[in-house]
Design a protein around this ligand. Structure first.
Ligand SMILES: [Zn+2]
Length: 382
């Protein structure tokens, strides 16, 4: 149908309205005029949009999903779509998204994408200004999360408390305990969804610094409410940073850029290469013996090009081979070179791209401060 094709070929409709994936896909906002009288109509294209259309299909109270190519469209429906493309949808349902609220993309896990869609169309969290949101009450948040035991790997329910006033996250081992097991300042916390790593679709990893060491805890909530916890942490963090660093942008509230296995060698570069799990958290590169280890075995700060940092493809010529993976990369810092090998060329290029984007960014004053906070102590830990 020509009129329908014209609508979905509009530039505003070239990316999925919910996750930004390129393809043929659009959402139509509005509703009363749509036959079912539901809140939002959702239409999926043929290519690539199985993700979000599948989520919409599971929420029939808000969405009716039709295929752009396979389904029959009557004139009224096409006209409705012509009036309500992705631009109108966004203007309606994304009108007032808090700046700290994490907006997922198509690489994100299912729970993040589903809760994003539910927040927008089912709960209509962003349609009005000043709406009470479960992650932005500005005081504190308390509840039970299942936390993985540090050494035994068993998940047990624990009371968590997030306080904006104190700017910290606590958890208690006993329900009625007065003293928290941990009490961590919000500015040393990094929360990221890691469902595959944790083995739960709602698995959240919380990383923090204690005594200059990186510690991981792994939690989940039985429901999608875990996303409210995630955004509540971001909210508290954002407000804390706004006060601490008035010029701070929401870049400070950030996600891990990349994680995965590489092989590394030691400072002499003649030691055997060992396979380790790496986490690149903005300018902090950490490595763990096992992805679920509580503590990083070591970390190194990745500065900017002006400070003498660079990344190169391959290993220095003459590197004594004791590695089983063959896609090398070298990070040059003012102190020494760090040598890594990747299993595949894709991995190698991904890591190089991640390091390059960090090195190419000028450092902020806060990062200069953290550079002294995280000295180049990797070699001493190796
Ligand atoms: Zn999508």
């Amino acid at each position: 149908m020509k009129a329908l094709k014209e609508v979905w070929k509009r530039a505003e409709n070239s990316l999925c309205a919910d996750c930004g994936k390129p393809g043929e896909s659009l959402r139509a906002a509005g509703g009363k005029s749509w036959k079912q009288g539901a809140g939002a109509g959702a239409w999926a294209g043929e290519k690539g949009e199985a993700f979000c259309s599948g989520i919409h299909r599971n929420i029939p109270s808000i969405s009716k999903v039709k295929s752009l190519k396979m389904d029959h469209w009557d004139d009224a429906q096409v006209q409705f779509l012509a009036k309500h493309g992705n631009a109108v949808t966004k203007a309606t349902y994304e009108a007032h998204i808090p700046i700290y609220y994490y907006q997922p993309n198509y690489n994100d896990c299912q729970v993040l994408r589903e809760q994003w869609i539910r927040a927008k169309y089912e709960r209509k969290e962003f349609t009005e200004l000043g709406k009470h949101l479960p992650y932005s009450d500005g005081k504190s948040r308390e509840g039970i999360l299942w936390k993985r035991g540090r050494d035994n790997g068993q998940f047990l329910p624990r009371k968590f408390l997030l306080s904006e006033r104190e700017g910290c996250l606590k958890y208690f081992t006993k329900q009625d305990a007065k003293e928290p097991k941990i009490n961590v300042k919000i500015d040393v916390i990094n929360a990221t969804f890691q469902p595959a790593k944790i083995g739960n679709p709602n698995g959240l990893q919380i990383t923090y610094l204690k005594d200059n060491k990186t510690r991981n805890i792994f939690v989940y909530h039985e429901s999608g409410k875990v996303v409210d916890w995630f955004n509540a942490i971001r909210s508290v963090q954002f407000h804390y940073l706004k006060v601490a660093f008035p010029i701070a942008s929401d870049n400070e509230v950030r996600n891990f850029l990349k994680e995965g296995y590489m092989e590394k060698t030691g400072p002499k570069q003649r030691e055997a290469f060992k396979k380790r799990w790496f986490t690149l958290d903005h300018r902090r590169l950490m490595y763990f013996k096992d992805p679920l280890d509580a503590f990083a075995k070591g970390e190194v700060f990745v500065g900017s090009r002006e400070n003498g940092y660079s990344v190169q493809k391959g290993l220095p010529s003459g590197t004594q081979g004791n590695f089983s993976w063959h896609y090398g990369l070298t990070i040059v810092t003012p102190d020494r070179e760090y040598l890594f090998t990747c299993e595949t060329e894709t991995d190698q290029l991904d890591w190089i791209a991640a390091f390059t984007s960090i090195i190419n960014q000028a450092m902020t004053p806060q990062e200069y401060a953290s550079n002294t906070f995280f000295p180049h102590r990797w070699s001493t830990l190796f």
